[in-house]
Ligand binder design. Structure first.
Ligand SMILES: Nc1nc2c(ncn2[C@@H]2O[C@H](COP(=O)(O)OP(=O)(O)OP(=O)(O)O)[C@@H](O)[C@H]2O)c(=O)[nH]1
Ligand SMILES: [Mg+2]
Ligand SMILES: [Zn+2]
Length: 291
């Protein structure tokens, strides 16, 4: 499925043709990235007869912590951030948590590297940008791109080749602009940041899949302001912090939340300097929000 609306969507057929198709209630609603079997409904319209089993789905939580599927069958989630709009605190941690709990690979892209980060800007957001070397030290790949100046987007191309990736992030960080640069035949609509708030203006409104001619797919998704996490077990939450994982199971209590329990392997590792204090603080905030 290239794109899926409520009761219809667009499919990419094996020959490369795109065609509108309808959904049937008994088959269910396919998501962007789903592989489907289609049949002919009438002389000019297709219908989805079956949705093939999904490898995975990328989801977000709505205001009531219910999971909403954004796309299916992904190899990689590309978390795009920028100096404008500055990321909200814990945004990257929230995305990494979701990506880890869904068993998909993350890639962090810092776009708009042509823009300076003003020292007086929101301390939390500016800190997120300063944490990029820490993410790299933790084993995450961080790529720097600009759609307006050097270094351009060349670094991103090999990381996407032959895979199905979704670009996620706040509205206005440049997800659609990156796709326009990567696939120059396209001309996806992009939108300037609001002058009043400095935030993106939700230019992209539906999740949509694009195909690379040399192999691979790239999904554009509507930007968010905050990425919502559904209710997680404490174990899942801690496992979303990859440097915690080797220590899990070593605390005195089996059900240790790694907050203020005695003989906690995680807080001992923080005290010993093996876990970055800002990562631990981020974990504690997510833990408090998850209760
Ligand atoms: N200076 C600079 N501006 C950029 C860069 N990339 C994108 N922009 C601008 O940022 C604004 C937002 O870009 P979009 O591509 O629409 O952002 P988006 O992430 O797709 O936003 P939504 O669709 O709302 O989620 C546009 O005015 C772009 O021209 C960049 O690397 N540098
Ligand atoms: Mg967009
Ligand atoms: Zn513990």
């Amino acid at each position: 499925m290239l794109v899926s609306y409520g009761s219809q969507g667009v499919v990419l057929l094996p020959g490369g043709r795109r065609q509108r198709c309808k959904f049937r209630r008994k088959v269910g609603r396919p998501y962007c990235g789903d592989r489907v079997m289609v049949g002919r409904a009438d002389h000019d319209s297709l219908v989805v007869e079956a949705i093939l089993p999904r490898r995975n789905t990328f989801v977000r939580a709505d205001e009531r912590q219910r999971q909403r599927v954004i796309a299916a069958n992904l190899d990689q989630v590309v978390i795009v951030i920028a100096a404008r709009p500055l990321p909200s605190r814990d945004l990257v941690e929230r995305y990494l948590l979701a990506v880890h709990s869904l068993g998909i690979e993350p890639l962090i892209v810092l776009n708009k590297t042509d823009l300076p980060v003003a020292a007086d800007e929101s301390a939390a957001g500016a800190n997120v940008l300063q944490h990029m070397p820490d993410y790299q030290a933790l084993g995450y790949t961080v790529l720097r791109t600009s759609c307006k100046a050097a270094p351009g987007i060349a670094a991103l191309r090999p990381a996407l080749k032959g895979r199905t990736s979704i670009l996620v992030g706040q509205s206005g960080v440049g997800k659609s602009s990156l796709i326009n640069q990567l696939l120059p035949d396209l001309d996806i609509q992009t939108g300037a940041l609001s002058r009043a708030t400095g935030k993106g203006t939700h230019t992209t409104t539906s999740t949509r899949l694009y195909q690379f001619t040399d192999g691979g797919f790239l999904i554009d998704s509507p930007g968010v302001w905050e990425y919502g996490i559904w209710k997680l077990d404490n174990d899942e939450l801690a496992a979303g912090f990859r440097e915690f994982r080797p220590l899990l199971g070593q605390c005195r209590f089996n059900n240790c939340a790694h907050a203020s329990e005695p003989d906690c392997a995680i807080s001992q590792a923080v005290a010993a300097g093996h876990i970055l204090p800002w990562r631990y603080q981020s974990y504690l905030r997510l833990l408090a929000q998850n209760r």
